[in-house]
Design a protein around this ligand. Structure first.
Ligand SMILES: Cc1cc2nc3c(=O)[nH]c(=O)nc-3n(C[C@H](O)[C@H](O)[C@H](O)COP(=O)(O)OP(=O)(O)OC[C@H]3O[C@@H](n4cnc5c(N)ncnc54)[C@H](O)[C@@H]3O)c2cc1C
Length: 412
């Protein structure tokens, strides 16, 4: 082992961007994943890449909406009843993070992670031949009641304060912009200056290829446990122990299981999200479009129209909930009346979610050589390039733990 070797567990978008950034710092990097690179949550998301996604999930007054959402079988949030005790404490901390002052404080930290996401991806993709995976887009947040499209709402206010260009458009302008959208939508807020990925899964494969071409190693390995050893760390996979000088955990929602093997608990939840893919449609969307009432997003992908959303709290490895997937398909039809329900392809993945919507990035106290970068909740695609830069510079000794205080593992 040499001190510049590092093993990353998890080759999702966070592991990939961290691996590429560590290579730039001169590290010899091995990426381990139990599956193909970039095929976890990083595969099935809505592909939004926005410097203006700086508003956390918990907002003032949200608690009033939750009971109604939970009672609605098609509502944006669901919890399996027997799972409720496992999320009660997380839920309390989540709601406590929704106070106005805290939201503003969190927004300023989120801004540091997303503000350069578009140029960072352009740089990551330059020369790969896959530059067109990233396209300019607006975020169209569409409402059924015009009065709800309110630029004075806290979340829009915060975006505007950080420089986002926002516009209110009425029904006529909205249907000119996105003709396929149901006429039930009466107004929208446009968030300009964003981008979208046309295939998040292919992005993972492109970055994995770039990483191996630069000398990195990718191994298919299911890691069961980690532990410190003389001169570094070891991990157990397929019944064998492997040594590495440094270890970086980027295993998304599964990172907490690996930390449990060294008796570290993290207050992270499995926030499962769904998507439905409608392949072979005649219609085309020009932007990322959100049904702002039901909180899901439609995106035009290379292989069809993807409708992504839902927050389902349950075990991370639970099977796909067919009722949930069907509900999302029905909601999709309400949003786009001309789409057909034939041939739909449902998918479920797990967002690793912390109560404050911020990730954990940095060293692990009293465990030299062990680092973490996980917990990116709804924002992992857009936060990944900056996360990679931060963690690699921290590991290389260029950024102190003090300056990564906001992302510390033990903040809850
Ligand atoms: C429906 C939905 C929509 C979303 N929309 C957006 C969006 O528009 N924009 C955005 O920025 N974010 C979005 N997100 C969030 C984003 O997808 C996640 O934050 C991000 O993908 C997390 O990346 P990750 O690398 O941490 O996790 P993952 O992509 O899940 O990667 C973790 C990897 O670790 C591997 N792994 C786990 N355990 C082990 C083990 N024991 N041994 C070896 N390997 C292991 C897994 O196989 C996996 O490949 C969305 C998420 C969902 C579910």
């Amino acid at each position: 082992m040499s001190t510049n070797d590092i093993t990353i567990i998890g080759a999702g978008i966070i592991g990939l961007c961290s691996g590429l950034a560590l290579q730039e710092e001169g590290y010899q990097v091995t990426l381990l994943d139990k599956a193909e690179p970039g095929q976890g949550a990083s595969y099935g998301n809505a592909g939004i890449i926005s410097p203006w996604s700086i508003v956390p999930q918990s907002l003032p007054g949200l608690w009033k909406k939750i009971p109604g959402w939970l009672l609605d079988p098609m509502g944006p949030v669901t919890v399996r009843p027997s799972y409720l005790p496992q999320m009660a404490y997380w839920g309390t901390r989540f709601l406590m993070n929704g106070r106005t002052n805290k939201v503003r404080q969190t927004a300023s930290i989120m801004h540091t992670l997303v503000r350069d996401c578009i140029p960072s991806y352009q740089q990551l993709l330059a020369g790969t031949g896959a530059e067109n995976l990233l396209q300019d887009a607006y975020y169209v947040q569409a409402y059924r009641h015009a009065k709800d499209a309110n630029l004075n709402a806290l979340d829009y206010h915060i975006r505007a304060e950080y420089g986002a260009e926002l516009d209110y458009i009425d029904a006529q302008e909205l249907h000119q912009l996105e003709p396929a959208l149901s006429k039930d939508f009466k107004a929208a807020i446009l968030i300009k200056g964003q981008a979208r990925l046309t295939s998040p899964g292919r992005l993972g494969l492109v970055l994995a290829n770039k990483f191996t071409q630069a000398g990195g190693l990718i191994k298919q390995s299911h890691v069961n446990a980690i532990q410190p050893t003389q001169g570094g760390w070891q991990y157990e996979a397929h019944g064998k122990l492997h040594k590495t000088s440094n270890l970086l955990l980027c295993a998304g929602a599964w990172s907490s299981d690996l930390l449990k093997t060294i008796n570290i608990k993290v207050l992270m939840q499995n926030e499962r999200g769904y998507h439905i893919l409608f392949p072979n449609l005649d219609m085309q969307l020009n932007n990322s479009v959100m049904d702002a009432d039901m909180k899901f997003v439609a995106s035009q992908m290379e292989d069809g129209l993807r409708i992504a959303g839902t927050a389902e709290f349950d075990d991370k490895d639970a099977p796909l909930n067919e009722k949930r997937a069907k509900g999302l398909a029905q909601l999709s039809q309400r949003m786009f009346p001309d789409i057909s329900q034939q041939q739909i392809q449902p998918w479920v993945g797990v967002r690793p979610s912390m109560p404050d919507s911020l990730p954990c990035i940095g060293s692990v106290k009293q465990h030299p050589g062990l680092y973490v970068a996980f917990g990116h909740s709804h924002y992992g695609m857009m936060m990944a390039p900056k996360t990679g830069q931060l963690i690699s510079q921290h590991i290389a000794g260029k950024i102190s733990s003090d300056s990564m205080h906001d992302f510390r593992l033990n903040r809850f």
